[in-house]
Design a protein around this ligand. Structure first.
Ligand code: ZN
Ligand code: ZN
Length: 364
């Protein structure tokens, strides 16, 4: 067994605090990763606070993991010891359903769906036999920790052109916004609206710009106008500016909502052009009803999208390396994590927090 340490919460009201645990030694197909950096995603907070009702405690979050491959199993071919590698939201899937066979593990139709990097309560098959997953626990532990062992085919390669710490948010925020833009063919000249300008909105705006789109950000906060200009978006519209909203009617090909909680889509559907698409990636919960008079009248689509596949994750990493796209990040020590959670919840940060795992050494 590998001795490891990470930050976990014992219940939904608890702060994250240091906790020792053990990982299995890497099997033939596994890669042992010493974690260097881990991004802080809004879903880490939803999960720690049991806001989706499925959290198993202790809960050790973190699914934007970048580290060094320190040991590999005998059958591993793609990863070498010393490689800078990444792990995103998933570490396994059923591998046999229609979605998995099509390379869309993020939509796995297996009885247990895909195995989440943390709080993943099961591994298909072994769950039924032992009541535990392959990691020997009732739930998986994520990247707010020193080490993780993952099957090779769920390990991403971090291109040399990306700073390892900046690559971390691409593994969730990056692919979550890239996948729908690719699926709905955002490209040169597309008119794209992005709702919300936090970690996901930042990545979405930069990726859409790199794809050649004309980008407008919708934000609640005036301070973000300057931020938007700095990263090269074409317009920032402040929520509540009804005149501006009215002028934008019928102007967007594609709107991506990164707002992390339920919100009224009827404010935005009138801004779509004929055949336009509004995709919600931020809020995973029931939403207010959508007025189908507006949707039907212009054959609009209102859609959802969940993260992205492993292949798309590698693709967006390579795309970012090629186009010089990187998230705005702020590095923190692991001991600052509870404070960082509060700031993310308050919507006070536009950048992504990334934890420097070297600071874990002092926690043990
Ligand atoms: Zn995430
Ligand atoms: Zn599957």
């Amino acid at each position: 067994m590998i001795d490891a340490i990470g930050y976990a919460a014992d219940n939904r009201h608890a702060m994250l605090k240091p906790q020792k645990f053990q990982c299995d030694e890497p099997g033939a197909h596994d890669v042992e990763i010493r974690i260097l950096f881990c991004g802080v995603c809004h879903s880490d907070i939803h999960q720690v606070k049991n806001e989706w009702g499925n959290t198993v405690y202790p809960c050790m979050p973190g699914h934007e993991i970048v580290g060094h491959a320190v040991r590999i199993g005998a059958s591993v071919t793609r990863i070498r010891v010393g490689d800078v590698v990444g792990v995103g939201c998933m570490i396994d899937s059923c591998r046999s359903c229609e979605a998995c066979r099509a390379g869309a593990e993020n939509y796995c139709l297996g009885p247990n769906s895909w195995l989440a990097t943390y709080n993943g309560p099961m591994k298909p098959k072994s769950k039924a036999v032992t009541g535990e997953n392959m990691y020997g626990r009732d739930n998986t532990f994520g990247g707010y920790s020193s080490a993780i062992v993952v099957r090779e085919d769920f390990v991403l390669k971090i291109p040399a052109a990306l700073k390892p710490e900046a690559a971390a948010p691409i593994l969730c925020a990056g692919v979550t916004t890239y996948s729908p833009m690719k699926h709905w063919r955002v490209g040169a000249g597309s008119k794209v609206g992005i709702l919300g300008f936090g970690g996901l909105g930042d990545m979405a705006a930069k990726l859409a710009r790199a794809m050649g789109a004309h980008v407008t950000i919708f934000s609640r906060s005036r301070e973000k106008i300057e931020e938007g200009a700095r990263i090269g978006v074409d317009h920032v519209v402040i929520e509540g500016d009804d005149e501006k909203f009215a002028r934008l009617a019928g102007t967007f090909d594609f709107i991506l909502s990164t707002i992390p909680e339920k919100h009224d889509l009827n404010r935005f559907t009138p801004m779509l052009k004929w055949n336009g698409v509004l995709v919600v990636v931020g809020a995973l919960e029931p939403m207010a009803p959508v007025n189908n008079m507006v949707v039907a009248a212009q054959r609009l689509s209102v859609a959802g999208s969940l993260i992205g596949s492993i292949a798309e994750t590698q693709e967006v990493l390579d795309f970012c390396a090629e186009h010089g796209v990187a998230p705005d990040i702020e590095m923190i020590g692991i001991e600052e994590i509870n404070h960082a959670f509060r700031r993310v919840e308050a919507g006070e940060v536009r950048f992504r927090y990334v934890i420097d795992m070297a600071t874990l050494r002092d926690a043990g």
